[in-house]
Every structure is written in structure tokens, then in C-alpha cells.
Ligand binder design. Sequence first.
Ligand SMILES: [Zn+2]
Ligand SMILES: [Zn+2]
Length: 259
Amino acid sequence: MDIQYFDSHAHYDDEIFNQDLEDVLENAYKLGVTKIIDVGYNEETSKHAINIATNYTYIYATVGTHPKYCNNYTNVDFVYELAKNNKEVVAIGEIGLDYHWEHDKDFQKKYFMKQIDIANTLDLPIVIHNREADMDILHILKNEIKPKVDCIFHCFSSSLEVAKEVIKHGWYISLSGTVTFKNARNLHEIAQYVPIDKLLLETDCPYLSPEPFRGKRNDSSKVMYVADKISNLKNVSIEEIANATYSNACRAYKIKEDK
Ligand SMILES: [Zn+2]
Ligand SMILES: [Zn+2]
């Protein structure tokens, strides 16, 4: 096969895919996107991710409670149960902290830590959602995470200094379509900085379509535009970016590399 890509973060539970999900996934596969992680963010979407992963051998699931859903009523017992009992589940996530919107920071921290504990117990990597919460995320991870548990910072949007800190700990940085935006100079710098063996690619579809599809529905086939932009920024071939990020994602998620 030609170049193969790994889309390490997608949300196919979104109703925007209701009409043509099968076609979208088939098309992406034909174009070389031969591995996809479907990411849960609450109980319903975590179950949905497991369903998709059950139906498609090249799709894997994560289960978790996004900070947006951390409140008085939250119960993360399902995360442990689903992760423990379904072999399609390759990570806990997306979990983390989101201080962009008005949410109770204490609940966010509490359930972030509870879910880190589940990852520690089950020895699964963690998909981190971090928005405007750099210091608290790093602080909590440093204190709570077991050394052998890996972290993937999805849709990285923090500063170069934070990127350096993430890399220093041996964690992974995943870049999305936002790196293709002309004015995303900070992300361009980060793409150039991140060692090629610590980089992952994602679409975060249906959101964050890369240029030239900005504002339209995103899907996994467009992960190659992210790869292309990074290959330009790093001045290496797109094959090299695709291969490295494919291997990195397999390593991070402990998926067999069956190319
Ligand atoms: Zn996220
Ligand atoms: Zn997401």
C-alpha cells in the first residue's frame, strides 16, 4: 500500500455523520487512513466509540468523561467498567481540564484525577484535553500518573514552553488541522520543535477542518493535510511524517503495527 496515516482523534458519534458514516470511513481507508481512534467524552459517546470499534477492525475506542461533563452528578464508574471489559478500548480519554468555559474547577480536577487512577490501574494511556489549564494539568499529571502510563496531549494549543515540558516527560503531542491555519505561528513553531518520534496527527473531526476546508465538516481523510503542512514546516517528506506518526500512535496506544 501507499502512504498510511493514523488519525489519532475523531468523533464519529456526531450526528453530522448519521447519513453517510459508512461512506466516510470507507473513503478515508481507501485514501490511506488505515487506523483511527474514536474518542469518547461521556458515557454515551464512549459506548458509541466501542460500537464503531467493534464494527471496524481498523478503528479503536477510548472511554472517558470530558471536563465539560464533570459536575455534581458525575460518576466515572462506567469508565473503569467499559475499559476493563472491552478489548477495543485502547486509552482513557478524553479527560483533562478546560478552563475556557465556566465550569467548576474542583469537579474537573476531582474527576480528572479519578480517571487517571483508572488508567493507572488498567495500565492504559491517557488522552488529555487541555484548554487554558497548562499549569494544573502538568501539576496533576506529575503527581498522579504512574511512570509507565503514557499521555497524549490532543489538539495541542499551548505554548512552546509547555510543549517542551510535555516532551521532557516523554509524553506525546498530537497536532490537528489548526496547524494548517496561516496565523497559527505558535503551532508552526511547535510542529518544528516536537521530535518526530513524539508527534501524532489527528483531525478531531467533525471539528477543526484543515485548510482549505476550514469551516466545513471534517473527517479522517483530511488528516493528510495536517501531515502535509507539518512536512513543509519540518522540511521532511510527507511519507516520513506519515510513517513516524503512524508508528508513534501504535506505540502510544499499544496497537499492533500491521502495515
Ligand atoms: Zn478535546
Ligand atoms: Zn475530542
